[in-house]
Design a protein around this ligand. Structure first.
Ligand code: ADP
Ligand code: MG
Length: 315
């Protein structure tokens, strides 16, 4: 990375995530087989959601809501309020309207709208483990990175629980943010993944995460993940699959563009896989590595850059 100041990293992470999201939006819900015949190689327009090229979706919108909460004197309640305002008042939308939302996320935001005192509105059952918290969590990599693990996890858990209250979603967010933390420290993807894996067993034990829960992360924590075949990588809306897919893409490619295109070309939940992958790839490769023609069409690029500067100055 050429410039590793917190502001440059924050910008690269937000831009990288939004570009990955926007690459995936026109082909969301289309299959991997369709992508094999017609791979995404550049920003496309229209398609699934009939949006112009460079349009990002719920993933980037809710990520920006968290970044704005960090910029405005962070609390979990403020984050929840901005998430609610996204859905009900079009806060941080690319062109003034919401065109995509997950079911679990929508149910939680409906609850927030109905009860002004509610903050942790996410469902807590095992099947409420879509990728809707993972896709918006990355700004927390910039908040109190040196705080003790238990404090960081408590915060991750609460920010996740605004929409996703099950422990699996929080653990997925933690492992993702741990990789981000190691990338921020200048470690390349393989070393960041290795450092995360080395520390995770003791961390998860300390956090009293039950074994039947950590077992779900075996493929990630064992180190086998980067060696599995693409046919064993699922790219639907389940948080565990999205985390696996993002790490797999990051670990098997060597440029920002190749990494995010690999994510989008897995098919299915392309915008979210693109966003979750693109955030890490942006963080590691830096803004200068993002193809300028993709940034040139990105919706609200100047606003995103201003947000990153404000958030980085506040944390
Ligand atoms: P969001 O998290 O973005 O609000 P949705 O609730 O619309 O997303 O979608 C969640 C997706 O994740 C669905 O495809 C659902 O089947 C899948 N999912 C959720 N929990 C689990 C689970 N425990 N195991 C497997 N798949 C799950
Ligand atoms: Mg989306």
């Amino acid at each position: 990375m050429s410039d590793s100041s917190p502001e440059a990293q924050f910008r690269a992470a937000l831009l990288g995530l939004a570009v990955g999201d926007a690459l995936g939006v026109p082909v969301e819900f289309q299959s991997r087989a369709a992508r094999r015949l017609d791979p995404v190689a550049a920003m496309r327009a229209y398609g699934t959601h009939n949006q112009p090229a460079g349009t990002w979706s719920d993933d980037a919108s809710l990520t920006f809501c968290l970044a704005q909460a960090l910029a405005d004197g962070f609390t979990v309640g403020l984050t929840a309020e901005y998430c609610r305002r996204w859905y009900y008042e079009n806060l941080w939308t690319p062109h003034g309207s919401v065109f995509d939302i997950g079911i679990t996320t929508r149910e939680a935001l409906n609850r927030l709208q109905a009860d002004p005192d509610l903050i942790l509105a996410g469902g807590t059952d095992e099947y409420s483990n879509g990728n809707g918290a993972l896709m918006r969590i990355l700004p927390l990599a910039f908040y109190q990175a040196e705080a003790p693990l238990a404090e960081r996890f408590q915060l991750i858990r609460e920010v996740s629980a605004i929409t996703h209250g099950h422990i699996r979603s929080a653990v997925a967010c933690l492992l993702y943010l741990e990789v981000a933390r190691h990338l921020r420290a200048g470690r390349p993807p393989a070393a960041a993944y290795a450092a995360m894996r080395e520390q995770a067993p003791a961390q998860l034990h300390k956090l009293k995460i039950p074994t039947h829960e950590t077992d779900h992360f075996e493929r990630i924590l064992s180190g086998r993940l980067p060696d599995v075949a693409v046919t064993a990588i699922d790219s639907g809306g389940y948080v565990l699959h999205t985390l696996e897919a993002a790490l797999w893409c990051l670990l098997r490619h060597e440029t920002y563009a190749e990494t995010v295109l690999a994510a989008v070309n897995l098919g299915d939940d392309t915008d979210t896989t693109g966003a979750v992958t693109g955030g890490l790839a942006g963080l590691y490769y830096g803004e200068a590595a993002i193809p300028p023609e993709w940034l040139a069409v990105l919706a609200r690029r100047a606003d995103i850059e201003e947000l990153a500067a404000r958030a980085a100055a506040a944390v």
